[in-house]
Structure formats: C-alpha cells, structure tokens
Design a protein around this ligand. Sequence first.
Ligand SMILES: [Zn+2]
Length: 222
Amino acid sequence: MKIRLIVMAHPDDPELACGGTLAKWTEQGDEVHYVIVSCGEKGTWDKDASPFRVAETREQEAREAAEYLGVKKVIFLRHPDGDIDFVHTLKLEIASLIRKMKPSTIITHDPWRRHFHPDHRATGFAVIDAIMIARDWHFFPFLREIDLKPHRAEELLFTPTDEPTLINDISKTLDRKIEAIRIHKSQLEQLPHWEERIKRFSAEVGKSPGFKYGEGFYRMSI
Ligand SMILES: [Zn+2]
C-alpha cells in the first residue's frame, strides 16, 4: 500500500490531470489524498454568480468526485482562486501536510509547462519548495516541536507535462476518469467537447508505449 498525495490548484484539477491513474491506484489499495489550494470560486462564466456560492458548489463536486474515485481525504486550503502566487504561507502549509501524511508519491502541476495557468505554476513551485522543507531537519524548527518530523517522499510527478518521462496505462480506467469529471457539473459548460478531447489526448499520450489510453508525467526522484 502506498500513500499518494495530490496537490492541485482547483477542485477539478486532479481528475482532469490524472483521474485514470488515481482510479488505478485506489483500485490496487493505495491511499490517495487531495490537497486543493483554492475553491475555484472564480470558475464561472456567469457574471451575476456569487463567488461564495461557486466555491461551495465546487467543493461539493470535488468531494463527490473524490469519493467516486475512492480517495480517502480531500483537504481544501481555501486560498483565493487566481491569486495563489500571493500566498506566502503555501509552501509551509504543504510541507506540514507532507510531514503529517508521509506520502511516497506527490503529484502536482508542472510549473514549467508551456500552457500553464498562473495558479498551476504557483502551486507547482510551492510544492517543490515544500518538499525540501518537509525533507530536511532544520527548516522551520517549530514543526518538530509539534511532532511533524521530516519526511522524504520517493517521487514527485508533474502532470500534465510537455515532456513525459513516465506514461501510465489508463485503458481500463479512462471510463472512471470521465465519470469523475462529469461530477464537476458546474464546469462542464466551460469545457466544450471535453469528453472527446480527453479521449483523443489520452490516446495520443498512450501511443508511444502502445497503450490504448495513457496519462503522462514528468518524474523526479526526491
Ligand atoms: Zn486548474
């Protein structure tokens, strides 16, 4: 059994980025946890919508999608959507959670991807910084005093990425990924032809290792 920690900016990011891999992991008995940095309260095209309502809806959708995939826990950090790069405490928050949860795998956005979203880039960089804080003894000595001892994860996976070094076969779990994305009802209108696009993209990613459908990651050992 492995512990896998997914740290992403918005409520629908985990399923969109790697839902097929997450379904595979929970099916094989791994423990999967999400940390969602913002509630995605600006993620609507309705100019009259209340961001508070949008946040509430999106948190609920994220919980349901996570439950559907067998994810053990979803933690919302509730930082402002669109402004994650202003959150100076983020790396310490993530580091504390890494020390507490002791994951062997950490997944986040690739901050060097060419088609980044500013929140994805900020979250990706915060996770990289957090891994170092979580790993070494002398960062933030108060963490030891509250019994959060250093933890070194085995690997960091960036997804989506422009240059995958690891491709997971999701041929058997693509349907579950699609169903999990469908649970994010409030977002589907903003993702025209999403189902078709995901199938096409996954087929393309899976092509080189000979999978029907794949999800790509850039893997770093920690
Ligand atoms: Zn996002």
